[in-house]
Design a protein around this ligand. Sequence first.
Ligand code: SF4
Ligand code: SF4
Length: 225
Amino acid sequence: MPAAIVTVLTFLVLVALAWLFLTRTVLGRGFSVPLRTMLRAPETAQYPEQPRPVQPRFHGRHQLNRYADGLEKCIGCELCAWACPADAIYVQGENNTPQARYSPGERYAEDYQINYNRCILCGLCIEACPTRALTMTHDFEISADNYDALVWTKDQLLSPVPPGGEDTPHPDREVRARGLNYYGGLAVTPPTLHGGRFAPATPASASRAAQVVPEVGDPTHRKGR
Ligand code: SF4
Ligand code: SF4
């Protein structure tokens, strides 16, 4: 038999044995992973100069939202704290007073803390919140080199005052005079973070509460969410 044919047959047999080894044996399948990776183009992320966008439903750090006029959505009910499996949330509720109103409800959160040493970013707290006061942003750059810096306080979590709104507290009489339906017509979408920056809250459709009990004659009421 000519030497060239022997060489070709030997080569084909070796290729077949290599293919069987890489596809039919556990060890071979393990080796095939780095071999395939070696042939791919490298994917180098230029972080932090060029951070990659996260997925829309990414669970980043939390944010306490406001209504369009600046009032806080949080009513200090503590449902988020009770829902948290890691015991990472502390809420101290307090009554709004005739002189100072922080939220449209009877109460507001005088103190609000999230301990990111404990938080597992599961999102159960935002599901429990009845007013959509608490949402999660796309901001993941919250690492710190000490315990205290990872306990975020209310002033860190509270969203910026929307354009045209005022910071809390508001004069109570002034809020009542507005005649607004906060749980129906003045709902706003939760502001989200894009690229580490706050996007301002934008007017949105009515809240779930307003869908169940529509406000007849309320010009600000809109269906859907
Ligand atoms: S995301 Fe999960 S662990 Fe973190 S505060 Fe909310 S409920 Fe607790
Ligand atoms: S964030 Fe929501 S669930 Fe938590 S205390 Fe405020 S209103 Fe209640």
